[in-house]
Design a protein around this ligand. Structure first.
Ligand SMILES: O=P(O)(O)OC[C@H]1O[C@](O)(CO)[C@@H](O)[C@@H]1O
Length: 337
């Protein structure tokens, strides 16, 4: 596959899976402290990665959960947050100012903090009570984080008595590095074709729902806008019919991220609309991938990671066909703001 280092991918994703017992020990400890709610904090792509997990907790468990943008969280005086909160923060670099400030704020207020990050001896790892560290670069960080979060979040729910099948699920997660590699291989020609067709497209509407909404938000903002400088709009499938539909014309590109959770009918409604009103419709559907060995009841929980692993192939092809490196920035970490 173009610009793909299989060895590195397996090293990163197997590295995440290898953290299972460490994560379960952390869950054991924090569960004994009887936390009252969970806060998920990060900035940009990092907070977006939490959105599907917020959805999955809400639809699987009665634990109150709040995914919050780090910079807003520290100024809003959130009345749900206190020393009984369990806070999970994520920052690959471990240096994103807003996220580190949020970690410090939570520590000062006496909450328990877990940090998912790429390196020790960086501000995030040095601040939180429990760092969970797996080295990754931007290309594979999404898969690494989502694997770590799958063990962490589902084990937390299990300990609260809300996800009895955790053991079976965790065993299936262990097979994901190889399964996701297979997904990338299967998706690659579609990704290449998309990039060729849409390399000069100035604007895309991305639609998600349930646990793919966060993926739509982050692919629009962190890849198409940040890394490719293409204008986008991300919108929830149900909300699409309350405004965004009015700008659809036959040459408006729409990208639908279909997953397999309860919200799939909401996506199908948008798909039926799009088939009628635009000639530029692309559907990335997790159901297209076999995921051999994964039992049907667990598939819906894997929609976000399957979606992002597929989209990562799209990014690589866009980078090549548009001759625009995914690393190029005009402003981010280049100028003061
Ligand atoms: O995970 P980190 O290191 O905090 O980085 C967050 C940054 O990375 C991105 O997710 C992608 O570059 C940005 O949206 C965000 O500003």
């Amino acid at each position: 596959m173009l610009n793909f280092n299989q060895e590195k991918y397996l090293q990163v994703t197997r590295g995440a899976v290898a953290l299972r017992s460490e994560i379960e020990e952390i869950v054991e400890k924090v569960s004994q402290q009887e936390y009252k709610n969970i806060f998920l904090l990060g900035s940009g792509g990092a907070v977006a990665t939490f959105y599907p997990f917020e959805y999955m907790i809400k639809s699987t468990s009665s634990i109150p959960v709040y995914a919050e943008i780090a910079a807003e969280f520290v100024v809003m005086n959130n009345q749900q947050f206190n020393e009984k909160s369990l806070v999970i923060l994520s920052s690959l670099s471990g240096t994103t100012e807003e996220t580190v400030a949020a970690a410090k704020y939570c520590k000062e207020k006496g909450a328990t903090t877990i940090g998912i990050t790429g390196e020790y001896h960086k501000p995030l790892a040095d601040t939180v009570d429990y760092p969970i560290v797996n080295y990754a670069e931007n290309d594979f960080a999404g898969d690494s984080n989502q694997l770590i979060l799958s063990f962490l979040i589902f084990n937390l729910m299990h300990k609260k008595g809300d996800f009895p099948k955790y053991e079976a699920f965790a065993e299936q997660l262990e097979a994901l590095p190889e399964l996701l590699l297979g997904v990338k291989e299967e998706a690659d020609s579609k990704a290449c074709e998309f990039a060729e067709t849409y390399k000069d497209e100035p604007y895309h509407i991305l639609v998600g729902a349930g646990n793919t909404m966060g993926r739509a938000y982050s692919y629009a903002m962190c890849v198409l806008e940040e890394m490719q400088w293409i204008k986008t709009k991300s919108i929830h499938a149900a909300e699409f019919f309350h405004g965004t539909l009015e700008i659809v014309e036959e040459d408006t590109s729409m990208i639908l991220l279909k997953g397999e959770d309860e919200t799939r009918p909401l996506m199908e409604r948008v798909e039926r609309f799009a088939e009628k009103y635009t000639k530029k419709l692309t559907v990335f559907d997790t159901q297209d991938y076999e995921l051999k060995g994964i039992v049907p009841e667990f598939r819906k929980y894997l929609s976000p990671i399957v979606t992002s692993t597929v989209l990562q192939r799209v990014s690589v092809h866009l980078e090549e066909k548009r001759n625009h490196s995914l690393e190029t920035r005009r402003y981010y970490r280049k100028v003061a703001y």
